[in-house]
Design a protein around this ligand. Structure first.
Ligand code: AMP
Length: 476
């Protein structure tokens, strides 16, 4: 079916053609006519299926055909990366239209975001936490919303955004069209659709929660200590030319990046300790092929929309099968093929078996040719990777660890970080627990260099509890 038979506005068809798409993907063919018929929609589709255009194109088409003042469409997505990428898509498809848009997300000053809203835009693309901060007192600006899109709703549920979304939705007009996208359809997700949508149509692409069929998968069964060597071994193969590596923790991501640097392999990391600019720079360099390996944590990687990723490496196997599905969906996008390899140590056996039961598909176990599986584990560190106990009189400099972003987005990144309710959090890392205390002992804010970059200080006044609340001093 060609794009032109879907009923889209001519200026949008032209932009789509210029983007290089020749025909709609299945989710686009199914969803676009329903949205144009003004139906509420539940789209069950994994990332990489073309779902962004499936909701963006018909909304733009309707907005373009009947211009009206005020904010008319609100798209809510779980992470700032995803927000930025949806915006890029919207800009590309709307390039021949007179429509304006603004993005709203945490981790950067809210002033320009508020200014953009007050200036008046047609489309707002936002993460829930910052949007809720901004919308309060400006409810009137959102009173004319015609479209609400909830993208990656399952992820927003996992990240604890549902209460914020409920509050936002309460402030929107009841008479609106709601489009709801999720990779999975759990009972909880179904409950949410009942709350937010009216007589929705459901479009489901592919089997529920199954990894994209274009991705070939394999498992390397290796103990933890062989993982760095295995990654370097695999990277000797030039076929691994655009590689996305997933780790459980941000410290794990940094460690891998250091090993790669030592081996002269170009890489960058994205996780919540990196500033928005650092993350975007890393993504762009990866996209442009300036770096070969991007190392990411799950949350930071949510919005990665990069075509041509040759391999996804699950350096740490994800405990939840939804994460596995999302991770490997980063390769094999649209019509390309890709490979997902997972390093599985004994502790991951249960998670791997649960995934195989869930997808009803076994993942082949493979061996790397020429790799030394017999290398012994390094001797155990008596301090379990932590700094030895402080000697009497020893003065130590705390390691700054400033986490940016608004509170919810920050806590979301810390999926591995358990709040102990005493101002400290436990971070499970490499098999041992690390304790981080938040803030100075005297509770006063202080200027710190961010991410070890000399001269850069954490800018802007601290909100909600003071900056000290958000400082973590890692013990090393
Ligand atoms: P998404 O699932 O929205 O993240 O899209 C996945 C990728 O598919 C993106 O890189 C899009 O640019 C691309 N894409 C979307 N629609 C099409 C299409 N009709 N033909 C080819 N590629 C597409």
């Amino acid at each position: 079916m060609p794009f032109r038979s879907l009923g889209l506005n001519a200026a949008i068809l032209q932009a789509v053609q210029e983007t290089g798409y020749t025909e709609p993907t299945p989710i686009q063919s199914a969803a676009i006519p329903l949205v144009l018929l003004r139906r509420d929609l539940i789209g069950i589709a994994q990332t990489g299926t073309g779902k962004t255009a499936a909701f963006t194109l018909p909304i733009l088409s309707i907005l373009a055909e009947a211009p009206a003042p005020g904010i008319r469409a609100l798209v809510i997505a779980p992470t700032r990366e995803l927000v930025v990428q949806i915006e890029e898509n919207v800009r590309a498809y709307a390039k021949h239209l007179q429509l304006s848009m603004a993005t709203i997300y945490g981790g950067v000053s809210e002033k320009p975001q508020i200014k953009a809203l007050e200036h008046g835009v047609d489309i707002v693309i936002a993460t829930p936490g910052r949007l809720l901060d901004i919308i309060r007192g400006r409810e009137k600006s959102f009173a004319g919303i015609e479209f609400l899109v909830l993208d990656e709703a399952d992820r927003m549920l996992d990240m604890g955004f549902v209460p914020a979304i409920r509050q936002i939705v309460k402030l929107l007009p009841r008479k609106r069209q709601t489009l709801f996208f999720s990779a999975t359809l759990s009972r909880e997700i179904e409950k949410l659709t009942g709350e937010f949508l009216q007589e929705p149509e459901t479009v489901e692409i592919g089997r529920r929660s199954n990894p994209a069929d274009t991705v070939s998968q394999s498992v390397y069964e290796i103990p933890q200590h062989l993982k760095p060597g295995m990654l370097l071994h695999l990277l000797q193969d030039p076929k691994f030319n655009m590689v996305l590596v997933f780790t459980r923790t941000k410290h794990g991501a940094d460690r891998i990046a250091r090993r790669l640097e030592q081996a002269k392999i170009t890489s960058a990391t994205i996780h919540s300790n990196r500033s928005q600019n650092q993350r975007l720079r890393a993504l762009n360099e990866f996209r442009e092929g300036k770096i070969r390996v991007l190392v990411a944590t799950d949350i930071a990687a949510r919005g990665i929309d990069v075509d041509g990723i040759s391999h996804v490496v699950n350096y740490d196997f994800p405990p939840h099968h939804e994460d596995y599905v999302h991770r490997i969906g980063r390769t094999g996008r649209a019509k390309a093929v890709g490979e997902a390899v997972s390093f599985v140590s004994r502790e991951d056996d249960d998670a791997l078996r649960a995934l195989e039961r869930f997808t009803r598909r076994g993942i082949p176990r493979v061996k790397a040719e020429g790799f030394d599986y017999t290398a012994p584990a390094p001797p155990r560190d008596p301090n379990g990777g932590r700094r030895p106990p402080r000697r009497p009189g020893e003065v130590r400099t705390p390691r700054p660890n400033f986490q940016r972003g608004n509170r919810q987005e920050r806590s979301a990144e810390g999926t591995q970080s358990k709040d102990r309710g005493d101002g400290k959090s436990e971070v499970s890392q490499g098999g041992h627990r690390q304790s981080r205390s938040r803030g100075r002992s005297d509770g006063k804010p202080r200027n710190i260099a961010m991410n070890g970059e000399p001269g850069k200080t954490a800018g802007g006044p601290a909100k909600k509890g003071g900056i000290g609340r958000f400082l973590g001093f890692g013990r090393r």
